[in-house]
Structure formats: structure tokens, C-alpha cells
Design a protein around this ligand. Structure first.
Ligand SMILES: Nc1ncnc2c1ncn2[C@@H]1O[C@H](COP(=O)(O)OP(=O)(O)OP(=O)(O)O)[C@@H](O)[C@H]1O
Length: 277
């Protein structure tokens, strides 16, 4: 069962100069319980796709084609059914509110429950994301934690409402390598335990290979390749993916001109479980 199903999906951003396409002709199915990595260099449209899945496109975005969410029993609500974490945990945490209260409030708003019960859940989640001394930590403010700890707290706040899907937009790219891998390991563990569908956005091939069941490669706003990670990484079917893997580089360090000779439309995309699969 697909949790998300996109057909001919596109997004353009409107500004004074007109409409600028950011995503075009995306056909993609995201199966329930899978960990999908959206991989691409800066500007390829990864965040736009992540925001579209979460129903969070900004006002100046115009979507076309179809984006269905057939795997949800009822129309999903952000926060309750779909959780989201961003690159900057500071953006999702309120600096003036104790972290335990923030997590408890997220649970209360999305799932109800009395304050005592949601506060206990908040502490359980702080413990689950390996924040030391959860009872004491719950009473602290975000600035009293490190960047990696803040991201763990943001993760707890996103997961406490038990969403079916978590969309993580470059959640580790502001962290040092050790914290990156620790958060990735934690995310993988929790997603596995809970059968969570994970959409993980990154430009880092090494991180992608550490978490992906499936990979969707975006290039200049088009999906150039999608499939099981083992297949995509061992036998890429699009010249862009092949060039990308040959560099073995973090995509942020790849000069966009390196791939200028590759036309994203020069290949029919194979989508697992989709029309082309
Ligand atoms: N709110 C916006 N208004 C106008 N244009 C936007 C907006 N957000 C993104 N864009 C443009 O859409 C294109 C895709 O951007 P997007 O952020 O989705 O790419 P990305 O792959 O996530 O890049 P990065 O890794 O740098 O965040 C870019 O050309 C970007 O400038």
C-alpha cells in the first residue's frame, strides 16, 4: 500500500518575474513502512517535494498533477499523522518553553490526554531519544542543549503523537559527523520499531546509503531515478546517478556544472510499484 502516490506532479514558485518550475512530472509511490531517501544536489527540488508531501508548500507555490495519500485512513493531519523535522531544530522548538512542555503539548494537541499523562509521555520520549536525565531535562529550555540534543528533542516532539510518516528534511546536515551518524542510527531504530514510513532528504550519498530502503534521485526538478537502494547504488540506470556515484562526493561539494551535459529528460524513469515499475 502506498502512503503517498504522485502522478505528473509539479510545483512552480511564483515571483514578480513569473512562474519558476521547481519540480516537474514527478511519478512516485512511497510504500508504507519503507525508508525513502530523496537524494539530490542543492536546488534539485528535494525540500519542495518534502514540503508538498507534508502539505506545507508556501503560498507562492503552485502545484499541478496529483499528489494522493491513499495509505491514510482519513485525510492526514500534519503533526498527528505526518511528523516533520527540519535541518534547524531551533526552527521547530520554542526558545521560551521548557522542552518537556513542548513535547507534552504536541501530544495533547494531536491526541488529547490529561497533562499528567502527556508529561509522562514527554519524559519517556526524551529517554527514548537518549537525552540524559529525562526528568530534569524536561524542565530545561532549548538553549541549554547542544545542537545534536536539540535535534533529538525535535525528533521526540515530532514522534510523540505517533504519526504514520516522518518527513526529515536534512535533519543532520547542521551537525558534526559523529552526531549525524548517532541521529541517523536512532532514527533508523525508531522507524524500524514503529513501522514508520520515513522520507529522508539529503545531499549526502553516504548518509543516504546508511538509511535508505529506497532512493529517489532528483536532478533539476525531475525525478531521474527511483528504486530499491541496493539496486540504485549498485546498478544505477540513469547517467546522472551513475555520475553521482562515481564522484563518491557529498553533493554539496559538487559543482553544478559538472553534470551540465546530462539532460534529466533523456531517460524514462522506473518507479517501484508505479505505472513504470
Ligand atoms: N519559497 C520559494 N520561493 C521561490 N522559489 C523557491 C522557494 N523555495 C525554493 N525555491 C526554488 O525552487 C528550487 C528548488 O528548491 P528546493 O529548496 O526545493 O531544492 P533543494 O534540493 O531542497 O535545495 P537545498 O538542498 O539547497 O535546500 C530552487 O530553484 C529554489 O530557489
Amino acid at each position: 500500500m502506498s502512503l503517498f502516490s504522485l502522478r505528473g506532479f509539479g510545483v512552480s514558485y511564483r515571483d514578480r518575474g513569473g512562474l519558476h518550475p521547481a519540480l516537474q512530472a514527478i511519478d512516485l509511490d512511497i510504500a508504507a513502512g519503507r525508508h525513502l531517501v530523496l537524494l539530490g544536489e542543492s536546488g534539485s527540488g528535494k525540500s519542495t517535494l518534502a514540503l508538498a508531501l507534508a502539505g506545507l508548500l508556501p503560498r507562492n507555490a503552485e502545484a499541478s498533477g496529483s499528489l494522493a495519500r491513499p495509505g491514510f485512513a482519513a485525510p492526514p493531519r500534519l503533526g498527528r499523522d505526518i511528523g516533520m523535522v527540519f535541518q534547524d531544530p531551533g526552527g521547530s522548538l520554542d526558545p521560551l518553553m521548557r522542552v518537556g512542555e513542548q513535547i507534552a503539548e504536541a501530544r495533547h494537541v494531536n491526541r488529547g490526554g490529561d497533562w499528567r499523562e502527556v508529561s509522562e509521555r514527554a519524559e519517556t520520549w526524551l529517554e527514548r531519544v537518549a537525552i540524559p536525565d529525562p526528568r530534569v531535562s524536561a524542565r530545561k529550555y532549548p538553549h541549554q542543549f547542544s545542537g545534536g540534543q536539540k535535534q533529538r528533542i525535535a525528533l521526540a516532539a515530532a514522534l510523540v503523537s505517533e504519526p504514520s510518516a516522518l518527513i526529515a528534511d536534512e535533519p543532520t546536515s547542521a551537525l558534526d559527523t559523529i552526531s549525524q551518524h548517532a541521529i541517523l542510527g536512532l532514527l533508523k531504530e525508531i522507524a524500524g520499531e514503529r513501522g514508520l514510513t520515513l522520507v529522508f532528504v539529503t545531499h549526502d550519498i553516504a548518509l543516504a546509503s546508511g538509511i535508505a530502503d529506497d532512493v529517489a534521485v532528483l536532478y533539476q526538478g525531475r525525478l531521474v531515478e527511483a528504486g530499491p537502494a541496493a539496486r540504485v547504488f549498485s546498478a544505477p540506470s540513469h547517467p546522472y546517478t551513475a555520475a553521482l556515484l562515481a564522484t563518491r562526493l557529498d553533493l554539496d561539494s559538487v559543482r553544478p556544472t559538472r553534470f551540465a551535459e546530462i539532460d534529466p529528460r533523456d531517460f524514462s524513469v522506473r518507479v517501484p510499484g508505479g505505472r513504470h515499475g
